[in-house]
Write a protein that binds this ligand. Structure first.
Ligand code: TA6
Length: 299
């Protein structure tokens, strides 16, 4: 059975296991010696859980999330590639988040961190939608107080490869009304809910009281999400992922999403990092890498 083979080939006693997740979908469970954990489904190489050393869940996974072939998982950290949202002819956020990725490496590092690597490449189905060969890798490193996600795109074709890419990170919070995003003051904001008007963000602490869906092109590489109700913060540090999106669906959009509870907007916020306006183009054999590190702490 595939699970037994994955356990045999990639399991690390006490640090990493491959188990049956929802609907029998295989998932990697990483456990740091401190007690911190993370879970990543091979479906979409989708991180669905990141827990602190005391078991506090820092990610968000909808109670209505679907675990079905061809469907994205609602919550966690979906990988958007080669398109972001509906900004092109492909399915929303591209197609890799609904593909089965290969688990290709696992490690227990000298510093005690636990690492797993996943890869997906073009298929006849993807080439029918998007006629470009590619290889996309993701590496997840779990440490005591952080999880680091590194993405790498390689152009394995003979033509230039133009793409968008993002980590669509859902953060779990206790109360959206006491949740704030810091670090975007002075950055240009594109408000997709107001005809994509472009204006300067003048708030040092962005709070939430309505549907929010803003793109911040070329945003600072250090941001923070504050969950005031739990006294928790998550620092976001990024490299080569210039653009940020801040999203909360609020009441009406929540009701329209079948894989999202009507009240769940109260307990999540998305702060996404990637190349959205900064579309990338690789020459044949060229590669791009981007990193986002999430570190939790206390306010
Ligand atoms: O977060 C930005 C965004 O494009 C929003 O407009 C919203 O559509 C969200 O992504 C979720 O997209 P999804 O396809 O996962 O429902």
């Amino acid at each position: 059975m595939i699970l037994d083979i994955l356990k045999r080939d990639f399991g690390i006693e006490g640090s990493l296991d491959v188990v049956e997740g929802m609907n029998g979908f295989p998932k990697v469970v990483m456990t740091h010696v401190s007690g911190a954990t993370s879970e990543i489904y091979l479906h979409g190489a989708h991180l669905t859980s990141w827990r602190a050393t005391d078991g506090t869940e820092l990610s968000f996974l909808s109670r209505a999330a679907k675990f079905e072939q061809g469907k994205p998982i609602r919550g966690g950290i979906p990988i958007c590639f080669p398109q972001f949202s509906g900004q092109g002819p492909l399915p929303a956020h591209g197609f890799v988040r609904t593909m089965d990725w290969e688990l290709c490496r696992t490690q227990l590092l000298d510093n005690g961190a636990v690492a797993s690597e996943f890869q997906v490449t073009d298929t006849a189905e993807t080439r029918a939608m998007w006629p470009h060969p590619f290889a996309l890798g993701m590496r997840v490193v779990l440490a005591e107080d952080s999880v680091t996600l590194s993405l790498r795109v390689v152009n394995t074709g003979s033509q230039p490869l133009a793409f968008q890419i993002a980590l669509h990170t859902y953060f779990g919070v206790a109360d959206i009304g006491r949740t704030f995003v810091l670090g975007l003051e002075g950055t240009e904001r594109v408000d997709t809910l107001r005809e994509w008007v472009r204006e300067t963000e003048n708030r040092s602490r962005i709070g939430f009281s309505a549907e929010t869906d803003s793109i911040y092109p070329n945003a600072p590489d250090s941001l923070r999400v504050e969950d005031e109700a739990r006294g928790l913060s998550v620092a976001i540090e990024k490299k080569s992922m210039p653009d940020v999106v801040v999203w909360n669906p609020w009441i009406q959009k929540s009701r329209r999403m079948e894989d999202f509870g009507d009240d769940e907007y109260l307990r999540m916020v998305c702060v996404e990092t990637g190349c959205i306006e900064a579309k990338q183009t690789l020459p044949p054999e060229g590669s791009w890498e981007g990193i986002t590190r999430l570190t939790y702490g206390f306010i």
